[in-house]
Ligand binder design. Sequence first.
Ligand SMILES: *Cc1c(COP(=O)(O)O)cnc(C)c1O
Length: 396
Amino acid sequence: MYGEFKNYLSAELKNIEEAGLYKNERIIVSPQSAEIELAGGDKVLNFCANNYLGLSNHPRVIEAAKKAMDERGYGMSSVRFICGTQDLHKELEQAISEYFRTEDTILYAACFDANGGVFEPLLTEQDAIISDALNHASIIDGVRLCKAKRYRYANANMVELEEALQKAQEQRFRIIVTDGVFSMDGNVAPMDQICQLAEKYDAMIMVDESHSAGVVGETGRGVSELFDIYGKVDIYTGTLGKAFGGALGGFTTGRKEIIDMLRQRSRPYLFSNSVPPMILGASLEVFKMLNESDEIHTKQQENVKYFRDKMIAAGFDIKPTQSAICAVMLYDAKLSQDFATLMAKEGIYVTGFYYPVVPKGEARIRVQLSAAHEREHLDKAINAFIKVGKELNVIK
Ligand SMILES: *Cc1c(COP(=O)(O)O)cnc(C)c1O
């Protein structure tokens, strides 16, 4: 049997490669940080990690992970409800609830699992899920696992959302689902308007805070802080793999009964291993640090502003952003790839995105800024952008 299947896969892989969509992975031989070393010895500045708060390699976080491992061992070898719950799990859930000002929290191995396991236990074919077209793949998969009626609206399009809400009056319960920050443009979901529509049409709200928590809002506490909508969002999902340390782990946080029901029925929670002590210890330290001071978040925000201002002054076309994601628009797919290649030669690691990851004719370089970046890193990246931009006739 495998002979024929092998030929089929080889042909498909060749198609992927010929379409220029084959994903090659660069090998890093240093910790994740502002400056990374690649296999072969090249050192580059990293502007494409989700290390928004620079905690992936922070000494306090590493120390806390080691301490937790010394005290509580390496793994749990169990799911939570059999014999896999430690006091540290409960403490971290409490810390996340306090950070988001919610009633309760449930941990998952990843936010992919949190989103995969949130809809099916809560909603049935009598209900409606109304989802932004640019929501993360894990939300899309989670929705597919649930029998609720699906509605979709174009990214952040409140006219389409309202139309969907009107149609969804036929269903018993309705929930609007959106990413907090969309990863390709760095735009924030218009939560103020979403809340108004939710109230008008009697819908619940779920926000995936993976790219927004630790970033947006006065102190980085996400969309509810940014829009002052505390109490109006019913469910938040999020990741420990981006701003909050960058290792692994996800969570759903929100109303007490919702979290209770997920503990009873959410399949990725019931049938997958519990988060290990080192991640619990490290994550507890992360939330402790963020409660102690806003310094890291402030630095990240200053870095975003500095980078954006200088790039706009240099003549680049930058999408408006309220997050730590900065889309440098080039529009042409090949240009975006050539640009990223030349940037790598200048020692700057950025990624070019083009169709189908972004709409046709909207190719771009995505830059992700971090509190780990120092002024000299930013200047080096900006100078490289200017040099390559002139070389490729993107700017004058
Ligand atoms: C990264 C991301 C996820 C997945 O998070 P993991 O914890 O890495 O599984 C889910 N949703 C959104 C919006 C993301 O950006």
